[in-house]
Design a protein around this ligand. Sequence first.
Ligand code: FAD
Length: 369
Amino acid sequence: MLEPSGLAGLVSVDREKLTATARAGTPLKVLNEALAAQGLSLHNMGDIAEQTIAGATSTGTRGVVASLSAQIAGLELVTGTGQVLRADAETNPDVFAVARLGLGALGILTEITFAVEPVFTLEAHEFPMLWDEAMERFDAMARENHHAEMYWFPHTDRILAKENNRVLEDPEPLGRFRHWLDDEFLSNTMFGVVNRIGNARPSLIPKISNLSGQMLSERTYSDVPHKVFTSSRSVVFREMEYAVPREVGLEALAEVRRWIDSSGIMISFPVEVRTTPADDIALSTSSGRESMYLAFHMNAQTDHTAYFKGVEDILRGYDGRPHWGKLNTRTAADLAPAYPRWDEFQAVRDRLDPDRVFSNTYLRRVLGD
Ligand SMILES: Cc1cc2nc3c(=O)[nH]c(=O)nc-3n(C[C@H](O)[C@H](O)[C@H](O)COP(=O)(O)OP(=O)(O)OC[C@H]3O[C@@H](n4cnc5c(N)ncnc54)[C@H](O)[C@@H]3O)c2cc1C
């Protein structure tokens, strides 16, 4: 195991090329602040910023629109044979094609260069919807907004939809009280209490979820991108997330809903629905195909295995690819057919780490020996 916290900080910014290089152990939140201080920003990100940039990119972390890996313009890697390699679209392009999402199997990332842009204002519009309307409108929402996502509350028809758009105006963040009420008290403190009640009396979960769904109100605010994209999360949960081809995403979600309703399993966490375009990284969950991401959560005190297994069985049938940094039970033998460029990754792995210096139990399961 490596403890990378000493390998942190912004190294350089190239204003002409609009790139920023940081050491690989830099937490995303530190990079975000350092870029903002220079009037710059990443294009987008997932919904927390605690991870190091190497951990986030190596597992394919993303929000809506391009993954963090797809925003990498160059990287530096120490390989299994001790060689220091730089890779970008021109230098070692074969390594660049796979190492932007390397699962730690190719070497130790020491620096990552991201494409950045002048900081912009992102406006968030959040509003409740009902299932039928959401199924009908989601494709248009995804087309018409820069970012669209939704959270469905299992056992109910309730959905919270989110549309984020770039605007030209200055930021108008939520007032401090509303921010505390919505993002700290309701999303964390109250949600923690609700989960404890649900743990003690699972049969109450549908009623509680219906009530929580009813309490969601419409709101609009704007801020610098990382403050809109990321939030704090204090209720500890387990998660599995799958990418399925974009065109079958809603059909897969509806099948999951039918299975949840018939399974008798009580789920207190919403299911998150996001989309991303195709990218050109060999083992990216969006490699070569536009994707819809369906994320399933269970609080850490409840056994998640039956829920995740039931959903995983369904999504496997939709040619689903699991998020590499979240729970899944897949093996190299059944993941290889899901990735047309699997052999390309393995060829680079054989060259950069022939003795499997970087292998571990997880990598042996998902990538093979
Ligand atoms: C609350 C929460 C919210 C999340 N939200 C999202 C989201 O919105 N979208 C999303 O896609 N994901 C999300 N995730 C998943 C998250 O982004 C990571 O994929 C996951 O947590 C693993 O990253 P880590 O910080 O634990 O990294 P680590 O455990 O530090 O790293 C993960 C792996 O990356 C590799 N690695 C780390 N450092 C290096 C290095 N220097 N060189 C080479 N390889 C390296 C190793 O293989 C390591 O096992 C979320 C996770 C949590 C806990």
